[in-house]
Ligand binder design. Sequence first.
Ligand SMILES: Cc1cc2nc3c(=O)[nH]c(=O)nc-3n(C[C@H](O)[C@H](O)[C@H](O)COP(=O)(O)OP(=O)(O)OC[C@H]3O[C@@H](n4cnc5c(N)ncnc54)[C@H](O)[C@@H]3O)c2cc1C
Length: 391
Amino acid sequence: MTTIQHEYSETISQLRDTIEKLCTEYSGEYWREKDRKREYPTEFVNAVTELGLLAALIPEQYGGSGLTITAGVEILKAIHEFGGNAAACHAQMYTMGTVLQHGNEEQKQRYLPRIASGEIRLQAFAVTEPGAGSDTTSITTTATRDGDVYRINGQKIWTSRAEHSDLMLLLARTTAKDEVKKRSDGLSVFLVDMQSARENGMTIQPIRTMINHSTTQVFFDDVVVPVENLIGDEGKGFKYILSGMNAERILIAGECAGDARWFISKARDYACERHVFGRPIGQNQGIQFPIARAFVQAEAAEAILDKACTIFESGAASCGTYANMAKLLTSEASWAAAEACMQTFGGFAFAEDYDIERKFREARLYLTAPISTNLILSYIGEHELGMPRSY
Ligand SMILES: Cc1cc2nc3c(=O)[nH]c(=O)nc-3n(C[C@H](O)[C@H](O)[C@H](O)COP(=O)(O)OP(=O)(O)OC[C@H]3O[C@@H](n4cnc5c(N)ncnc54)[C@H](O)[C@@H]3O)c2cc1C
């Protein structure tokens, strides 16, 4: 192992220790209470921020730790492996990447150090719309230039954490779809100041869901955003969002990998402890094999996730295939582990106190969001295997 690799694994191991300690403080009881009340886990998010974990990927020159995406994955994985839920704050890790890669120096200086210090949160990422769904280029929210400002009109849905964020990364159409050569042209990305927007035409409506995810729908009625809040060039926003989505998929795959480890560990322990018919239930192949299979699946998924990180870190533009594969495999592995864990715990799996039913609900999300399994398969079919586009 080279010195750099050694130092890196030391960093990861320290991060894991820190997170394990944090998750002991914010244990199942904390998450159950938040889940029951559908409350944002402010205390946990503040603690993660104070530890600098959410600033891990922000370069040192802007006040972050300048770590790689591998470290980001390890942070999110550890939070989930030790029983926490990073969904309340994970977006900051990938949304800031859009500002970092495509914002101008003035924007980076204005926002990144304050995001790194925790003074402001960039947790809201507004892409999905009710009428467009997975077909992002069909979004109809518009941003119309009017002198020194853009006027935003339209609606977003599933904008998670909008009520708990100071900034929103917004994708909107600046040129009508029928006026552009390619349907992915004419879309632009904006940083929206939430307080100012809420005072001038933005309305946020929470959506109650089967998990505690603070998700919302957001309505824009002539919301004014200054021109200086446009990220990069007007009309090229789809490309910027796509590059950020690879990071999003890889980081969320980290959470899924952590969930898989949590379920497997719980199931293994219980399978050894619980005695029925005078022997541990784990002695029965019907209980043992699904747990063992989930472990195999999770290990294989993590190997692909590692590869996705390596390709991402090499700067290769073509990390889409591995980012998508990592998300698909880890979400399916965590779901298989969740199912094995539910079955292993029998009736007790349904009792809130064991945290399994809550984690089971939470793990299901990742087969659908941030991108559904079908859309990943259509990406692989088209871009990796050269088959006709399926949509
Ligand atoms: C809790 C939660 C939080 C979310 N947070 C955010 C957020 O913060 N920001 C944000 O922008 N979005 C967010 N989303 C939205 C999420 O990214 C979308 O729900 C997801 O991408 C799927 O889109 P959709 O719900 O519109 O499904 P649709 O696009 O309506 O699809 C429905 C089903 O049809 C399938 N399907 C559609 N087209 C095809 C096709 N051509 N081939 C095969 N199958 C197809 C899909 O795979 C899916 O299973 C969130 C969603 C949820 C549930």
